[in-house]
Design a protein around this ligand. Structure first.
Ligand code: HEC
Ligand code: HEC
Ligand code: HEC
Ligand code: HEC
Length: 182
């Protein structure tokens, strides 16, 4: 009896030591739009790459490099240029504030608001085998937003210095990138 309870104790301690280490798995890395675009560019897939490239999200970093943006940053009391101000970068670029080791070789901050800003960092879900299985992809970090408008308003809100209003239907039409049915 004595030995048995010691054995149980040892097992519990071991479990306590091992479980936390494995549940804090390595965070997922950002691959960059080019990597997602390798597959998401054909007509059959819905040309997500092209739709994104033609959207303002692709230009969101370039926008911060304009004199207009610097003027806004100065008015807000920041001493740095807009493109170097983390309070501006937070909504205008992907992977902002992320450990550099988690940014893949093809990742470019200049790409602004990217696929992975909305769909989650893709290092673990980007492979064809995982991508074809939606549930598996979600387990590996893919974000599928049930409430689209809620996602948009994390950035499209009055914290944005140039914010006027946000009409979801109208705005979604400008960036919609569904996979064609059939
Ligand atoms: C190796 C090819 C490949 C790469 C790379 C890839 N995808 Fe996919 N992705 C697919 C395929 C295939 C599907 C399934 C599409 C379908 O339903 O026909 C898919 C589905 C998706 C879906 C839809 C999930 C759903 O069913 O709602 C999203 C969102 C997505 N990918 C985002 C991304 C992002 C973001 C990246 C970059 C990190 C990426 N993909 C990289 C091939 C790829
Ligand atoms: C501003 C946010 C945003 C960006 C940027 C974005 N997406 Fe999406 N995407 C969404 C939302 C919202 C949906 C609909 C719900 C969902 O699947 O998450 C969606 C849906 C999709 C789907 C599934 C479409 C369907 O018919 O099921 C694919 C595939 C996809 N996105 C790929 C991409 C790729 C690839 C990029 C980059 C080239 C990208 N997205 C950029 C927000 C975004
Ligand atoms: C991570 C922050 C972020 C998220 C999330 C986001 N956006 Fe944006 N969006 C921006 C920024 C920043 C700009 C301004 C880019 C520029 O002008 O350089 C922008 C611009 C736009 C524009 C162009 C503005 C115009 O008047 O034509 C549209 C359309 C748009 N977003 C739609 C959406 C929709 C729809 C969603 C949700 C599915 C969404 N965005 C989610 C940051 C975001
Ligand atoms: C809460 C998210 C958020 C923050 C923080 C933010 N922006 Fe933006 N920014 C946006 C969105 C969304 C848009 C596009 C729609 C709009 O104007 O609200 C945008 C658009 C812009 C535009 C283009 C306006 C136009 O009329 O085309 C400029 C310039 C800009 N932002 C500069 C800045 C600067 C400079 C900062 C930092 C002081 C900053 N933003 C901080 C979300 C943000």
């Amino acid at each position: 009896m004595q030995k048995k309870s010691i054995a149980i104790f040892v097992v519990l301690v071991a479990a306590y030591l091992i479980i936390p280490a494995t549940s804090f798995a390595q965070p997922y890395g950002y691959e960059g739009t080019q990597v997602c675009g390798m597959c998401h560019k054909t007509e059959k897939q819905g040309q997500q790459l092209k739709i994104w490239q033609e959207s303002k999200h692709a230009k969101a970093f370039a926008t911060l490099q304009t004199p207009e943006a610097d003027k806004i940053a100065t008015e807000k009391g920041f001493k740095t240029k807009a493109a170097e101000t983390k309070e501006c970068l937070k909504c205008h670029v992907s992977g902002n504030g992320v450990d550099k080791a988690l940014l893949g070789a093809k990742f470019k901050m200049e790409d602004g608001v990217q696929c992975e800003t909305c769909h989650g960092p893709g290092s673990a879900y980007k492979s064809m085998a995982v991508m074809k299985n939606k549930e598996e992809a979600k387990k590996k970090g893919l974000v599928v937003s049930e409430d689209k408008a809620k996602l948009c308003t994390t950035c499209h809100n009055s914290e944005s210095p140039t914010f006027k209003d946000f009409k979801f239907e109208e705005m979604w039409k400008k960036i919609a990138h569904d996979v064609p049915k059939g």
